[in-house]
Design a protein around this ligand. Structure first.
Ligand SMILES: C[S@@+](CC[C@H](N)C(=O)[O-])C[C@H]1O[C@@H](n2cnc3c(N)ncnc32)[C@H](O)[C@@H]1O
Length: 243
């Protein structure tokens, strides 16, 4: 099963996830006009943009997720079903962002370049683009295969205490990490498997991809607390403008 086909499970896992909201608000509050979020999911980040009085559009690939987001923000925000590496919305945005590691769903360099080209084409001349992904961590990628590791803390789902256990397999040639999630319900691991894959992007690759795609990197942030990116950082968060 695709993990992005079960919106109620995703929302239960992320009910209290607010780690990225303050940083996003700090960047977005200096923007005006229209905002586009790519891979907007069930709309977890929509409210913080609406709260700033900005127009919000979310673009999302999962039909199940976008249905939930549309119902949640009826009359307040626009949601479009689409692929972040191939879309045309006939308007430009003052701020475009791809949060919460979603850029890593571009599983090839071709997809990544196509995604960045679409962003460039939809960004106003004085607009800003934010992309936020983690820095590849060998301790995470090269774990024992076929072993379960906790992927989340405990959360309530369908009247049970749950958490997600995961296993992964990393291919260092393709740089793709294949993850399998299992729901642990009241201490027992359920048999359903949820799959997703992410391609790892190293900071030097992001530099090249962004600059080749016509962006000027204004700031590199290494954590959601806003600290600059350095050798110890866990995150790579880029604030870009058009070159
Ligand atoms: C980690 S979730 C993030 C969702 C939301 N932005 C959030 O912060 O909660 C990743 C999202 O990327 C979406 N996604 C994956 N590939 C995509 C693509 N090619 N185009 C658009 N969305 C995609 C998934 O369906 C999922 O909703």
């Amino acid at each position: 099963m695709n993990i992005y086909s079960v919106p109620d499970l995703y929302d239960a896992i992320h009910k209290d996830s607010s780690f990225d909201i303050q940083l996003l608000k700090t960047i977005a509050k200096n923007r005006s006009g229209s905002v586009l979020e790519l891979a907007s999911g069930t709309g977890r980040l929509t409210k913080c943009i609406l709260d700033l009085g900005l127009d919000y559009t979310g673009l999302e690939l999962s039909k199940q997720f976008i249905e939930v987001a549309k119902k949640r923000y009826v009359g307040q925000a626009r949601f479009v079903l689409g692929d972040m590496c191939d879309f045309k919305l006939n308007m430009k945005y003052n701020f475009i962002f791809i949060g919460f590691n979603s850029f890593l769903h571009n599983l090839t360099l071709i997809d990544a370049r196509n995604c960045l080209r679409c962003v460039y084409d939809h960004l106003e001349d004085k607009g800003k683009f934010l992309v936020s992904i983690f820095i590849p961590d060998p301790d995470f990628l090269f774990r024992e295969p076929n072993t379960f590791y906790p992927a989340t803390s405990f959360f309530q789902y369908k009247d049970s205490q749950c958490r997600i256990m995961e296993s992964n397999e990393y291919d260092d040639k393709t740089q793709i990490n294949k993850l399998t999630w299992y729901l642990e319900k009241n201490g027992e691991i359920m048999s359903d498997e949820y799959h997703y894959s992410m391609r790892m992007y190293y900071p030097h690759e992001m530099d090249i991809l962004l600059v080749e795609s016509g962006f000027h990197i204004e700031e590199k942030i290494g954590d959601y607390d806003g600290s600059p990116m350095d050798a110890e950082s866990g995150m790579q968060i880029y604030i870009c403008s058009k070159d």
